[in-house]
Design a protein around this ligand. Structure first.
Ligand code: NAD
Length: 934
């Protein structure tokens, strides 16, 4: 897409969002902006012609000239209310009925498939006097509220109606047991469902099903299943409704109507827009007896369906279908497709089966463990868009490709489809070999990656109110190891932030705010379980996104995140107050006690260096105490937090309790901080931004926790174990490329050990293996971005200019990516820039001291106060120094001994407040005192 067409499309999307809202979902994060169509092609505003192998609505092709002519001629002549007598509607009804078995001799025209299904259900209720309905699981019967309660397939809030029983369709492809066993079990389940409807007093009014089981993932039931089901329903006095919106008009190749595939006699057949080639037309075909019975008892007007223009479109579709022999062509093309795809599938372990028949087929993906390969299916759908072919995916696990082209598809189109699909599957294998795709759970409602964007298998939308959605813009996420585009992530704008905060507010005012501590604990444990289950994937995402060696998040960030959720799960039902004795009230005794209550909506703003862990540090205590949260990940590294949002969703955390909105700091971050419905801001990041946030918080009296930068000292006393100290100092300098708030970058060494330590540290720096984050030998990866690399390099230059002695590193290794050498400067003046300012890179400054007093003086002569390390064997000196160093955390003979049970935070410019441990509970609650005058 050219830049201008991208912006035009985005502007249109923003206008659409303004007037239509986000509730009408679209395909692809960067939706395809189509401007015209013909035959099997759609043209985008980018000028690209896309092969439409998905959209069955233009049954005889986009803008089919015969249909267009029929419509125009009729529209130029007459278009009236259906309550006048006119010819086209009668003629169309005659033509349509001629395609059905003679006993189906009446048609009631509607505008859509939804309307048709509603009418069919009403007819069934009227006839049977019962209300119970049997449907097949994960069905899609239309979008009206009445129909929504019949399906488990839509992300709707309505539960299945009390009068509905959903049947799981048996599938002989996936079930290895003998077919008769599968059949018997499935029919028994149907009989039990009927019995339960009767026992509940609903009776059985109808079975409503799609004969090709399209939405269920083109399942293949055992021979005799559909016939058996129909017999059971008829035996129970119910009617059978075949929903042919997707399966009719010759699509299966073998028969004109889907129910004929099974040789059954439905009582009602419902159809939708393919009848009119996409124009509003649907219908119910049934028997004279049923329609008369219904008509005599009901006043049921159709609206304008069957008006002359729609009828003209319908006739043209039937004429085209017959004259071009589209059904037999579908049979022939379908056979050919099956052959080619079977071969393709046989060579790919990721494809379990080719499903469907005629011009309605799909590939079913599995993951390496044999589970549903939803991520693979999603990746292929997005990749095919990039290759100019439109397909979709279906099934409850969204792991079946849905290929359902218009019926005018030709051999050459099929060849093109297969070629591109083959290329896509090849590339998928390569991406997986590079470790770039997760396997596992189902994709979100609104898929992330945009056209032309590589899909790395993580949702890239906004997670608001328990659902994924796209926004009006995206930002690029780059791979620090080579500068390539990893993916594009939706950037929340002010209105998205508002939606997220409002959803958090609703959730807080709703059940979550009242949930028992044990219930909150259970949720936190579930999240921890899922983090542990997906540990590898999360570590890979961190390595990919931030450039750190994959072993480091596997060892620290991921287990620490899980441990943090578990730690706070433990607190959730132990958040107590105290009873406080006083001397009473005007001579009367009192009983006073305190309670700790959640604060409300917490905004959690996360930096890029250890995003998963810091998100856990904020989410876990906030949720344990009953708050709701809006998380804003950093624009440089949002991926692991998006994966965490997927786990939050999978853990069943109620909608709105956790919202994740990636976006730019100055836009989404600032809007979140300003939002009047945010009660607390928990920020980790730079002092500059922390200062701005502190100002906003002060103005609005929001509660605030600020975890800011550091310039932490590592003090090596004369009696230290030098070997252990050097190891610990090297860790404190180079772990996570030095992109650590608590990095021990000021190395203060007693003069007696100075030369020894400088030499050993230079050796440790030179011994680091800098390179590919996924190579197990690597100990130091890339810095997060070009901008950050430039910043760190500028400090190195500055240090040289200011006269520090370079003893290791100081430059960049060869090659692409934002790599820098581990760097050590000795003889750094106490007031030098690199002794004062936070560099946030692998650059150490070694400074000598002569006695303990001087060591303390240097340690404290910084605006920061996050952490400090003391290397000594003298216990009493350790305690004395620990007391005198001004820092939030002091470690003796170790670096960064962090733990979710220990409070974390800094003094001075390093921040305000504490998180983790009991302090984390205090920081997320308000204390209320209650006094009862007795
Ligand atoms: P940053 O301050 O640039 O960004 C942090 C977060 O704030 C990001 O999500 C960013 O988008 C957002 N943001 C930026 N401008 C904003 C605004 N005007 N309003 C609201 N949000 C805004 O910091 P960074 O570069 O991501 O992280 C590095 C810094 O974080 C370093 O200073 C480091 O020491 C500090 N840090 C501190 C700790 C700690 O626990 N004390 C831990 C990790 C990192």
């Amino acid at each position: 897409m050219s830049t201008s067409s991208v912006w035009e499309a985005r502007a249109l999307r923003a206008r659409r969002a303004a007037v239509i809202g986000p509730y009408s979902p679209m395909f692809y994060d960067e939706p395809l902006h189509v401007v015209s169509g013909h035959d099997v092609w759609l043209t985008g505003s980018d000028g690209v012609e896309y092969l439409d192998a998905y959209n069955n609505v233009p049954h005889v092709g986009h803008c089919n000239p015969e249909v267009v002519r029929a419509i125009s001629e009729q529209a130029a002549k007459l278009n009236v209310h259906t309550r006048y007598l006119h010819e086209p509607v009668v003629e169309y009804a005659e033509m349509l009925l001629a395609t059905f078995a003679p006993y189906l001799d009446k048609v009631f025209l509607t505008n859509s498939g939804s309307e048709a299904n509603e009418l069919a259900l009403r007819i069934a209720r009227q006839h049977t006097g019962a209300t119970g309905v049997l449907v097949t699981d994960f069905s899609y019967h239309g979008n009206t509220t009445a129909l929504a309660e019949l399906t488990t397939g839509l992300p709707v809030k309505e539960p299945l109606g009390q009068h509905v029983r959903a049947l799981r369709i048996p599938d002989v492809v996936a079930d290895s047991r003998p077919e008769h066993v599968v059949l018997a079990e499935a029919l028994e389940a149907a009989a039990a469902a009927i019995a339960s409807l009767r026992a509940a007093g609903h009776g059985v009014s109808a079975l409503l099903f799609d004969p090709l089981f399209s939405t269920e993932g083109l399942l293949q039931p055992p021979a005799g299943y559909v016939e058996g089901l129909v017999a059971l329903v008829h035996g129970a006095g119910g009617l059978v409704i075949a929903d042919e919106v997707q399966s009719g008009l010759g699509r299966s190749g073998s028969h004109f109507w889907g129910h004929e595939v099974h040789g059954i006699r439905p009582d009602l057949v419902t159809m939708g827009k393919p009848l009119g080639n996409g124009h509003p037309l649907g219908g119910v075909v049934t028997t004279t007896a049923l329609l008369e019975e219904f008509g005599s008892a009901n006043l049921y007007f159709n609206t304008f369906a069957g008006n002359p223009v729609s009828a003209a479109a319908g006739m043209a579709v039937l004429r085209e279908t017959a004259s071009r022999e589209l059904q037999s062509r579908a049979a022939e093309l379908g056979r050919h497709a099956r052959e080619v795809l079977d071969k393709l599938a046989a060579e790919r372990p990721s494809v379990r089966a080719v499903r469907g028949s005629g011009l309605f087929f799909g590939l079913e993906f599995v993951d390496d463990d044999g589970g549903a390969g939803a991520a693979r299916a999603k990746w292929v759908v997005e990749d095919m868009l990039r290759r100019g072919v439109l397909i979709s995916k279906i099934g409850p696990r969204e792991n079946v490709l849905k290929i359902r082209p218009p019926m005018v598809f030709e051999h050459e189109h099929l060849d093109l489809l297969v070629d591109r699909l083959t290329a896509s599957l090849d590339e998928l294998e390569q991406v997986e070999a590079r470790g770039g795709l997760r396997s596992g759970s189902a994709a979100p409602d609104v898929a992330g990656a945009s056209a032309g964007t590589p899909d790395i298998g993580v949702s890239t939308g906004l997670f608001i109110d328990g659902r994924w959605r796209s926004g009006s813009r995206t930002f690029d996420v780059l791979n620090p190891a080579d500068g390539s585009l990893l993916t594009r992530v939706t950037a929340a704008d002010e209105s998205d932030v508002d939606d997220a905060v409002r959803s958090a507010r609703r959730a807080f005012d709703g059940e979550w705010g009242q949930a028992a501590g044990t219930a909150r604990a259970a949720v936190l444990h579930r999240i921890a379980d899922l983090i542990e289950r997906d540990a590898d994937r999360l570590a890979r995402l961190e390595a990919l996104d931030i450039g750190k060696p994959v072993g480091q998040p596997a060892m620290l960030d991921v287990p620490n995140a899980a441990a943090t959720f578990r730690h706070f799960a433990g607190w959730a039902d132990k958040i107590t107050g105290s009873a406080i004795p006083t001397d009473g009230y005007f001579g009367r005794p009192t009983h006073s006690y305190t309670v700790r209550e959640p604060i409300g909506v917490v905004a959690a703003i996360i930096p890029w260096n250890t995003p998963l862990m810091i998100a856990a540090w904020k989410l876990a205590p906030a949720l344990a105490t009953g708050n709701t949260v809006v998380v804003k990940p950093a624009e440089d590294a949002p991926l692991s937090i998006l994966a965490l949002a997927e786990l939050v969703q999978e853990a069943g955390v109620p909608a709105g309790v956790v919202n994740v909105i990636p976006g730019l700091g100055e836009e989404a971050g600032a809007a979140l901080v300003r939002h009047p419905e945010v009660d607390k801001i928990s920020f980790t990041g730079s002092p500059e931004v922390g200062r701005q946030i502190g100002r906003v918080a002060a103005e609005s009296f929001k509660r605030v926790t600020l975890e800011l930068g550091g310039k932490s000292p590592q003090i090596v006393l004369a009696d230290a174990d030098v070997e252990a100290a050097v190891q610990g100092i090297a860790l404190g300098l180079f772990f996570n490329q030095g992109e650590v708030c608590a990095a021990g970058t000021r190395v203060l060494v007693h003069r007696s050990l100075y030369d020894q330590v400088v030499e050993a540290l230079a050796g440790a720096a030179n011994g680091q293996v800098v390179g590919d984050p996924f190579d197990p030998q690597t100990t130091m990866g890339a810095l997060v971005s070009q901008e950050h690399l430039d910043r760190v390099l500028s400090y190195v230059d500055r240090a040289k200019d200011e006269g520090a002695r370079l003893v290791a590193g100081g430059g960049r290794p060869r090659g692409e990516g934002y790599f820098i050498q581990p760097t050590v400067f000795a003889d750094v003046a106490r007031d030098a820039t690199i002794a004062r300012e936070e560099i946030f890179g692998p650059v150490g400054a070694v400074i000598p001291f002569d006695d303990v007093e001087e060591a303390i003086e240097i340690a404290n002569e910084t605006e920061y106060g996050l952490a400090a390390t003391i290397w000594t064997r003298d216990v009493s000196l350790a305690h004395t120094l620990a007391h005198e160093v001004r820092a939030g955390a002091v470690w003796v003979n170790g670096w960064a001994a962090i733990n979710p049970a220990l409070p974390w935070g800094g003094v001075k410019t390093s921040g305000v407040g504490r998180e983790l441990g009991w302090s984390g509970i205090l920081a997320n609650t308000e204390e209320k005192v209650v006094t009862i005058v007795l």
